[in-house]
Write a protein that binds this ligand. Sequence first.
Ligand code: ADP
Ligand code: MG
Length: 596
Amino acid sequence: MLRFIGALIRPYRGTLVIILLAMLIETIMSLATPWPLKIILDNVVGNHKMAPWLHHLLGPVLESGSRLQVAAVAALLYVFISTLGAIASYIDNYYTESVGQWVAHDLRMRMYSHLQRLSLGYYNTHQTGTILSTLTTDIQTIQGFASSSTLSILVDMLTIVCMLGLMFWLNWDFTLIALAVTPFLLLFVSRFKKSVKTATKEVRRDQAQIVAVVQQGLESMQVVKAFGQERTEEDLLAVVSHATVAAALKARSVKALLSPVVTVTVAACTALVLWRGAALILAGSMTIGSLTVYLAYLSRFFKPVKDLATTTNAIAQVAVGAERVREILDTDTIIPEKPDGLEPTTLQGAIELQHVAFGYDPAIPILTDISFTIKPGEFVGIVGPTGSGKSTVVSLLPRFYDVQSGEVLIDGHNVRDYKLKPLRDQIGYVLQETILFRGTILENIAFGRPQATKEEVIAAAKLANADEFISRMPLGYDTLVGERGSTLSGGQRQRIGIARVMVRNSPILLLDEPTAALDSESEKLVIDALEKLMKGKTVIAIAHRLSTIRDANQIIVIDGGVVAEDGTHDQLIARNGIYAELHRTQFDSGSNKEPT
Ligand code: ADP
Ligand code: MG
C-alpha cells in the first residue's frame, strides 16, 4: 500500500519537501517550548549555573544586566519559538491541503479513465453503486492520508526520538522511571490497530453496499411506485445500514478505551516523575527547571503515541480504500487493442462471421457456431426466438465482447486488427431503447459526432423525423432532456437516437429492434426515418416485426446458438421451417395485415 501511495505523491515531491521542512520546524519548536521556563526557574529565580551552551548564548546579558533582563530575554525567546512554530504550522497545513486535493484529482481521473476502458462484461458483474462509492469515499480517504499522515508519522516518530534523547541527556535513570509504563501503552496500541483494521474493512464494504442499494432504488423509482414496493426498498436499506452500524460498533470498545488509557498512563508516569523528582531535587541532583521540562515532555511524549494510534485508524481506512481502488485499477477486462492496429477512415462494410462461438460466461455458451457473409451495402435481417442471441451476435461487431473462437471479419480484416475507436466510429447502433443524457437535445444528437455543427445536427434531426417535434418545444434544440431521457416519449427518444446515428454517417448500421417498444403511429415515423438512414449502408437489422425485413437481401435465422436457416423471404417461406412458422404466427394474430 505504501508503494501505491508513494507513487501517487511522487509528482508532488517538491511540495512534500516544503511540508516536511515545516513539520520539522514545528517539531523543533515544540521541543524548545519548555526551555525558556527552565531558564527562568533555574537561572532567574534559582541559583544554578547555566549549561555552557546556554551561557554562551545568554552570557553577555547575564554579565552586563540584571536577572530580570535574562527573564525578559527568556520571555522573548518563548514568543519567538511559538511564532516560528505557528508559521511552520501554517505552511504545513496550506501545502498539505493542496497536495491532498491534487492527489485525489489524479486518482479520480485515472480511475474514471480506466473505467471508461473496461469492457461491458465488467459492468455486467459489478454494481454501479459500489463503483461510485469507491470513486468518491475511498478516494477521499486516500486524499486525507496521502499528504498529511505519511509525513506526520515520520514527524511523530522523530519527535519521540528527539524527546527521549533530550530526556536521557537531562537525566537518564530518571527517564527510565518516567517511561516505565510505556510498554503497556504500546501493547494496547497494537491491539487497537488490529481490531480497527478488521472493522474498517467491513464498514467500507457495507457503506458501498448502502450506496448501491440507494442508487438502484432511486434509479427504478417508477417501478418501485408502480408495484408499491417502497417498504421493500426501505427494508433493503435497513439491512445494509444495520450491518454498517454493527461493523462500526465492533471496534468501539477498543476505540473508546484509547483516550482513557492514555490519560491514565500519563497520570501514572506523571506521578512517578513528581515523586522521584521531588526526592532528586531535595538531594540536589536535579533542578526544578529540569523537572518542569520533564513534566512538559511527558505530556507531549504521549501525544505522538496517541497520534500514532489515531493514525493507525486512518491507515486502516486508507489501506482498505487503496485496496478497493486498486481492485478497479488492476482489473484488466479491457478489450485489448493492437498498438499498430488498422485505423480505417471509411469501411466498405463487408461483414463475415466464421464459426463464431461466444458466451458471456465462457462456461455457458450462447452462440456455438455462427457463420454468415454480408456484402457491402446489403440489408440483412436477423430473426430468432427471444434469448437466442441475436443482440449478442450484433454486439460482437463493434467488439463490445470478443469471441471465444472463430472470427469476426469486417472488410476482410479480423475486428481485433483494428484500433477500437476508429472501428466503432464506422458503426452506427440503434437499440430498442435510446439512452439519452441529461443535457440539451442538441448535445444529445451531437453525441454521435461531437464535432458536428448545429446545421448538421438539425439536418440529421429533419431526416430522422425529429425536427418537427423538437421545433415545437419552447426552447427547441436547447431543451433540456431529463435523466435517461425521462421527459420524452419512447418514439421521440428513438428518433433522437436515429438522428444521433445519422450525424455519425457511418457505413455500417446495426439496428437492434429499434421499433419494438413503440406504438404503431410512432413506429411509422421511426421506420420512415430508418429507411432514410439505411440508404447506401450495410445494414444488419434485428427484426421484431417480420414485415420490416421482408425486402432484406438476406434473412438469417438464429436458433440454438447456430444459424438455423438463411435466405431471402421467399426462399425461407418456401422452405417452410422456423421462419415460415414465425411468419404465420405473426400474420395470423392480425397485428400486421399484409397481403401475401
Ligand atoms: P436476443 O437478442 O436474441 O433476445 P440476447 O443476445 O440478448 O438475445 O441474449 C442471449 C442470451 O444471453 C440470453 O440467454 C441472455 O440471458 C444472455 N445475455 C444477454 N446479455 C447478457 C449479459 N450482458 N450478460 C450475461 N448474459 C447475457
Ligand atoms: Mg435482443
